[in-house]
Ligand binder design. Structure first.
Ligand code: MN
Length: 165
């Protein structure tokens, strides 16, 4: 009987302790996530004004080779950071891993991107992507069939276009 009570008390203590741990972890995450997105990969290099408006960082994760002619990398856009208009000769796939951002194909409305979204951009279609004004964006890019080319850069996205959302 005594053993059962002791076991019961120990179990109860364990449950209480694990609940406490969960609460503490949650509070910690909320504080640290306020201004910083969850980054899976290293931040990488800062993008130049030739390709980006505002602050963006990129890192290559998979380089194309003779077997896999596909490029994979990560871009982190700080709030308001965005790419210039550009196109990809073989198209592009974006996978959003954190934050809130924008994507626009020329002639269409700005589309809001959030964690978990997957966007397919067709070949040779003029578009841009980047962060929202208040929250940054973490995005993975996949460029298939790089033998056809990777990217063709165009003019910057004006504030008027960016703020039209
Ligand atoms: Mn693109």
């Amino acid at each position: 009987m005594r053993t059962i009570i002791t076991l019961g008390v120990s179990l109860l203590l364990l449950i209480v302790q694990s609940c406490n741990t969960k609460t503490k972890t949650k509070q910690k995450n909320t504080e640290s996530d306020k201004n910083e997105l969850n980054s899976i990969f290293p931040k990488g290099e800062k993008g130049t004004e030739e390709w980006f408006t505002g602050d963006a960082y990129y890192i290559s994760l998979v380089k194309a080779d003779s077997i896999h002619s596909t490029l994979v990398g990560n871009v982190y856009f700080e709030p308001s950071g965005r790419s210039h208009w550009h196109s990809h000769p073989s198209g592009q796939i974006l996978i959003i891993t954190d934050g809130i951002g924008y994507h626009q194909i020329e002639g269409q409305e700005i589309e809001v991107l959030k964690k978990g979204d997957v966007v397919k951009c067709p070949p040779n279609v003029k578009h841009w992507h980047g962060a929202s004004p208040d929250e940054g964006l973490q995005q993975l890019y996949i460029i298939p069939n790089t033998e056809r080319g990777i990217v063709e850069w165009m003019e910057p996205v004006t504030d008027e276009v960016y703020n039209s959302k």
